[in-house]
Structures are given as C-alpha cells and as structure tokens.
Design a protein around this ligand. Structure first.
Ligand SMILES: Cc1cc2nc3c(=O)[nH]c(=O)nc-3n(C[C@H](O)[C@H](O)[C@H](O)COP(=O)(O)OP(=O)(O)OC[C@H]3O[C@@H](n4cnc5c(N)ncnc54)[C@H](O)[C@@H]3O)c2cc1C
Length: 393
C-alpha cells in the first residue's frame, strides 16, 4: 500500500533553557487521526481500517483466511459468495488503490492458485459522493472506467450500518461481505477531541493562518502581536465536533480569522485544519506545515519578544500551501496523475502506464533513507517475478 514520506511534522521547538524568563514552551500538536466512522453502527467492531502496517497485515490475513474457508467443501453457495466478496467503503485514493491492487491479485496470483475462487471473487467500492473527488473530471472517469473493466462494482451510496456479515446502505441495499475495508478518510482521535481547542465540523483542531490553535470558548487572552488579529469583536468560536457526518463539509466551520489564539499552542498535519482553507489530510500538507512551523518557532525564539508574546514575530508570513500533485493507482499497471492544483490552469494530468511509472518513482524517491528505498524496490521486484506471497505465517 502506498504511503507518502513520513512527514517531518515535529517543528524545532525552542527549549525552556533558552528563554530569559519562565515561559510556556510552544507546543506543536501533531497527534494525527484515526479512521473516521461518522458514528455509523458496527464500523469499529466489524470493518478493517487501513491506516497502519498492523491493519494492512490484518487485511492480508483476512483475505487468506476467507480464501481458505471458501475452499472447504459443502459450503452453501450464498456463504461461499459472501466469503469471496470484499466491500471497500470510501472512493478516495486509498480505497481506489486497494480496489485496483485486489483486481491485480485476483487476475494474477489467485487465478493461478485457485481459479474457481478467482472467478467468484468480487470487489465492490462504495462511495457517498464522487470517486476520486479531488481529481480532475477526466481522470475520475478514467479511473472509474478502468476499475469497472477490471471487475470492480462501483456503488454510490451512504453506509447506514455494518454488521458482522453485511454492509447496509441508506437506500436499503444489503451487501453481504467476507471482508469490509473502511477507507473514508481520517477522523479525530479521542485525544484530539479531548483537547480544549475549537474543532472543525469533522473534528480536527481549528487553526488560524499561522497554524495556531484557538480556544473552544471565547475566553482566550488577547494576543499582543500585530501579526495576530484583533480579538474583538469575536464571532462565536467553532464548537467541538461531536460525531461528524459522512457528508460534513469542513469549510462550514466558522472562521478562526478573528479569534485570539491560545498562547504557544500550534497544530499541524492531519489533526488540524484552517476552516478558511481546509487542506486534505496528506503527507505533503503535513511536511510543508512542519517546515513552516520549524521556521516560525526558531525565528520567534531568536526574536526580542520571545516569551512575552503568544504569537509569531511581526513579519511572520502566514502559512501558504503549495499543492504538488496527486496520484493513485487503479490496477493493471495504470495510475492517474495530476501535477499542480486541478483548479488552476497550471495543472497537468496524465493517466495510464506512464503515470504508474511516475507513481512508483515518486514513492520510491520520497522514502526517507537509502536502505528503505532498496528494501521497497527489492520487494516490488520479488512480487513482480514470483507473485504475491499467500502463505499465512
Ligand atoms: C493508507 C494511506 C495512504 C496514504 N497515502 C498518501 C499519499 O499517497 N500521499 C500523501 O501525501 N499522503 C498520504 N496519506 C496521508 C499521510 O500518511 C498523512 O497525511 C500524514 O502521515 C500526516 O502526518 P501527521 O504527522 O499529521 O500524522 P501521522 O503520520 O499519522 O503521525 C502522527 C503520529 O502521532 C502519534 N500519536 C497519535 N496519538 C498520539 C498520542 N496521544 N500521543 C503521542 N503520539 C501520538 C501516532 O502514533 C503517529 O506516529 C496516506 C494515508 C494512509 C492512511
């Protein structure tokens, strides 16, 4: 499963020893997120999330287990079909890539090993809004066409409930499954939700344009820096999110622009968003925010007002994000690639084999160290030559 580079989200934090007076050391929260469930019953208990390596291993084990169970003779047809049905919820890049990978697995390893089970295995991708919603329309269509051609059933719908064996959609459709993969993006962790800061409609920490957290109540002390906006008159701050809806729009969160920040508290990465310009939960966002905050905190520590102000120095620029591009594989050595921002005129789109090569090269070169790059290149080569490993231990 592709993961972008580990984002250097820990900004360089000045130590208390460097300060002339006893002051609060700036805190940078990068407490991340976990798979979002939107409070839908049964998701936590029955679905498999895809966020870390342990979860990816659990998915692999489940597929192997279901294939073995489907091999036991005398199973009723319906049960056999259920075991061989993978339902993926969430048609973002991760859901699409998993669907594409599964079709590769079925067409290659499974077809050779268990041809009957390969023929019966089905993959359904459920999406509430638009498949690959952040991509250009032509790339979205390409991805949908490619997935359908490779046997993936695309379903538009909102999940109502997940039981031990079925995914139930709001329109009443029941999808019996052997494996349900939940990939609807990221939601806040209990830790993030417990923090006394304002949250966006999807539960991320609401920050201002300098990545500063704002209080959940309007009792924050006013900031003394000209870089920070006047605290009054303040609109009511965004209230902590309870259970965000699957269709919640983060930009519906009240603006943080006129709120006084919480002194010395910053947030970055997946766990936060500026409601005036909510950015996607991407490594490239977290990385740029990490670099920005490192610079701001170092400059603040060097400045004459450090320790007396809760804000960056006067000339601190606000955080500006530069979108480098998006990529997603769709199976069969194909990918969709978009360089630059799709909404700007200076973007470039490509779909097919060349995009897949670009995708592989990008991920390989973005890995943090040479041994990691060699290990991944070696794994890819072994898989290409010998196929995926289906052994259980
Ligand atoms: C399957 C998948 C594929 C992805 N693919 C891409 C991609 O192709 N391109 C891209 O740009 N992005 C991708 N992303 C998103 C990218 O991984 C994240 O945006 C990025 O890792 C965010 O960085 P972060 O530092 O905010 O959070 P994380 O990288 O999640 O790091 C947060 C850290 O905080 C730790 N933590 C959490 N709670 C606590 C606590 N209470 N106390 C102490 N530590 C805590 C966690 O253990 C974790 O190590 C993908 C994500 C997933 C799940």
């Amino acid at each position: 499963m592709p993961r972008a580079t580990a984002a250097p989200t820990a900004a360089t934090v000045p130590t208390a020893a460097a300060t002339p007076t006893a002051v609060a050391v700036p805190t940078a929260a990068a407490a991340a997120v976990q798979g979002s469930t939107f409070g839908i019953p049964g998701v936590l208990q029955h679905a498999h999330f895809l966020r870390d390596v342990k979860q990816a291993e659990a998915i692999r084990q489940k597929i192997i287990e279901n294939l073995a169970l489907a091999g036991i003779p005398g199973r009723p047809l319906e049960e056999w079909q259920r075991l061989l049905h993978v339902v993926i919820v969430g048609g973002g890049p991760t859901g699409v890539e998993v669907a594409g990978e599964l079709t590769d697995f079925i067409a290659n390893e499974l077809r050779k090993l268990y041809p009957e089970r390969a023929k019966a295995m089905r993959v359904t991708l459920v999406e509430a809004r638009e498949l690959l919603g952040s991509f250009d329309a032509s790339l979205r269509e390409y991805a949908a066409r490619k997935l359908i051609r490779r046997g993936v059933v695309l379903r538009k719908g909102v999940v109502h409930e997940v039981t031990a064996k079925e995914v139930v959609l709001k329109d009443g459709t029941v999808l019996p499954y052997g494996l349900c993969i939940w990939s609807t993006g990221v939601g806040p962790t209990p830790f993030t939700l417990s923090l006394p800061f304002a949250k966006t409609t999807v539960g991320r920490i609401a920050v201002d344009k300098y990545m500063r957290a704002v209080p959940a109540t309007s009792s924050a002390p006013p900031s003394s820096s000209p870089a920070s906006p006047s605290p009054s008159p303040s609109p009511p701050p965004p209230s902590p999110a309870s259970v965000p809806s699957m269709l919640a729009d983060e930009s519906d969160t009240p603006s943080t622009a006129r709120l006084a920040p919480v002194p010395h508290v910053y947030a970055l990465g997946d766990c936060c968003a500026n409601p005036d310009n909510p950015l996607p939960a991407l490594a490239q966002v977290a990385e740029q925010q990490g670099r920005y905050l490192a610079r701001v905190l170092n400059e603040t520590a060097r400045g004459p007002t450090y320790g007396q102000s809760s804000s960056p120095q006067h000339d601190t620029p606000e955080f500006a994000y530069r979108h480098l591009g998006s990529m997603a594989t769709v199976g069969g050595h194909s990918a969709v690639l978009e360089l630059g921002d799709a909404s700007s005129r200076r973007s470039f789109s490509l779909a097919g084999f060349l995009s897949w090569v670009a995708w592989r090269s990008a991920y390989l070169t973005r890995l943090g160290s040479l041994p990691k790059r060699l290990a991944v290149a070696f794994d890819w080569t072994v898989t290409m030559v010998f196929g995926r490993d289906l052994s259980r231990w």
